[in-house]
Design a protein around this ligand. Structure first.
Ligand code: GUN
Ligand code: ZN
Length: 489
């Protein structure tokens, strides 16, 4: 098992330290993909952008005599002229594109070991989404066999070995696969075959794949999201527990004249202004960049800068404990990302188990905040509250507070909680003063649950003009509840 030390957490995201033969890598991070044949940006320069680990393809090296001989003679690090950690992929991606490769699992694993890779990958089968269940299971079983074979070939202590989780879009297969691989024991767990999902903007399916596979793994195992390099989805994937990413996107997008930002992608020919402050964007106007003879290289550089910038933003958010706020903001850049955010709320119960119980102030960012793990945690904890006597539930302090045995604060999206907790996380949340439908829904449902759990007490509920929701009527019909309508505010 690899040495992976988690030093900070937020939701299922974490800052970790992964030890490899060529040094320690701080995660989450993105591995720039290096093409062993052509390099517009040299591997030795990658550290200047913030890279801590690179990824290249051992099959491309293996296939080409000149590269293979040099790698076998001088090692992978000399071949790329890079002394930090390097991960190598097998020929699996070529397998998924061309249908076959001229190498066996055993050959490519031995080759990766011989050239001194830091993290090696067996020849897994990236199963396309939407194949039949039977086909996905068949591919997955072959993948598991090959991974077990690889585990037998690689002794612990040297090259780290990755165990890619497959299973297409079948949640139970992803979870089973992860669990089985976990029992064998790998150093890093890539989630495979997600590129077609991302290419088709199927981010909601991606959320299902990540959450299902994570459920089958030990929570402290390092996870790599294979082929994910667009910064727009880093916050979301990190919050779901992904630690490593790889970006060929910086170079591929540049080749298509595309300019990456954390909100999406622009075609360079449509840019009138350059919104970024990286060295490329500060040295050029949009017009100059379009016309530059080395436009592809300049775009690749800009793309790398913003990729690492976003990763630092994500890490800072974990550090501060506001990663979920960043996720909500980023997921508003594209409607398909918004679908993914909504899908993520279906996993709040799981996220709640991972989430630290106290962090920085909860900021309400929109309807999805009403389903955040912190809110769900309060719903689960309602059973622990025992309330007797007369209770005033009110949104703000009143002169009548003293007349009641208990005073509870009503604050959406949480609901009603004892006044003593008002300054305690997460009830010290910053919320909007005119709560939306979704946050009132959660808050009223929690309040009704609390009243039902404590039926002996009598409740006076001070309403506010802005608390417009059908559940107010349900509350007012409860025997032990008096709803006081709002005075005009
Ligand atoms: N690159 C992108 N997806 C995959 C995958 O599923 N497996 C491997 N080995 N490489 C990939
Ligand atoms: Zn830039």
């Amino acid at each position: 098992m690899s040495q992976f030390d988690i030093i900070h957490k937020d939701a299922a995201g974490r800052i970790g330290k992964l030890t490899t033969p060529h040094g320690v890598v701080e995660t989450p991070t993105v591995m720039p993909v290096i093409n062993p044949n052509i390099q517009t940006i040299k591997p030795s320069e990658m550290k200047d952008f913030g890279a801590e680990i690179l990824i290249t393809n051992s099959y491309i090296i293996y296939r080409k005599d000149e590269l293979r001989e040099k790698a076998l003679k001088d090692g992978l690090h000399a071949l790329l002229d890079y002394d930090g950690p390097i991960m190598t992929d097998s020929g699996s991606f070529q397998l998924s594109v061309y249908g076959e490769v001229e190498v066996t699992n055993q050959e490519i694993i031995n080759f990766q070991q011989k050239i001194g890779t830091d993290i090696g990958v067996p020849l897994d089968i990236p199963t396309h989404p939407d194949v039949t269940y039977e086909k996905a299971k068949e591919d997955m079983d072959i993948t598991i066999e090959r991974l077990k074979e690889a585990r037998g070939l690689v002794k612990e202590g040297g090259m780290l070995l990755a165990g890619p989780v497959q299973g297409a879009t079948y949640k139970d297969l992803r979870e089973d696969c992860a669990r089985e691989l976990s029992d064998v024991g790998f150093d890093v767990y890539p989630f495979g075959a997600v590129v077609p999902l991302m290419e088709a903007y199927r981010y909601s399916d991606l959320v299902d794949v990540i959450a299902s596979a994570k459920k089958g793994l030990d929570p402290v195992a390092p996870v790599h999201l294979f082929g994910a390099g667009h910064p727009m989805m880093f916050a979301l994937a990190v919050a779901l527990g992904c630690d490593l990413f790889d970006s060929a996107a910086y170079a591929l997008y540049a080749k298509d004249r595309r300019y990456i930002t954390s909100r999406g992608t622009y075609h360079i020919d449509k840019l009138k202004y350059l919104p970024c402050s990286c060295p490329v964007c500060m040295a050029h106007t949009a017009e100059e960049l379009k016309k530059a003879h080395n436009c592809t290289e300049l775009l690749a550089r800009h793309n790398l800068y913003v990729t690492f910038e976003e990763m630092r933003e994500v890490k800072q958010a974990i550090w501060e404990g506001n990663l979920l706020e960043l996720v909500e903001q980023r997921c508003r850049s594209h409607p398909r990302m918004l679908e993914a955010l909504k899908q993520m709320t279906n996993y709040s119960s799981w996220l709640e188990e991972c989430d630290p119980s106290s962090k920085s102030t909860f900021f309400y960012c929109g309807p999805e905040s009403a389903k955040r793990p912190e809110v769900l945690r309060f719903t689960k904890q309602l059973e622990r509250l025992t309330i007797k006597g007369s209770v005033l539930i009110r949104p703000y302090p009143t002169k009548k507070d003293k007349e009641y045995d208990n005073v509870m604060v009503f604050k959406a999206p949480f609901g009603s909680y004892p006044q003593d907790l008002a300054e305690v996380y997460p009830f010290n949340a910053e919320v909007v003063r005119t709560p939306d439908y979704e946050s009132l829904e959660t808050a009223f449902l929690n309040t009704i649950k609390l009243i039902e759990l404590n039926p002996e007490a009598t409740y006076t509920f001070l309403m506010r003009e802005s608390f417009v929701h059908p559940l107010v009527e349900k509350l007012s019909k409860m025997d032990n509840v008096t709803v006081v309508p709002p005075k005009s505010e």
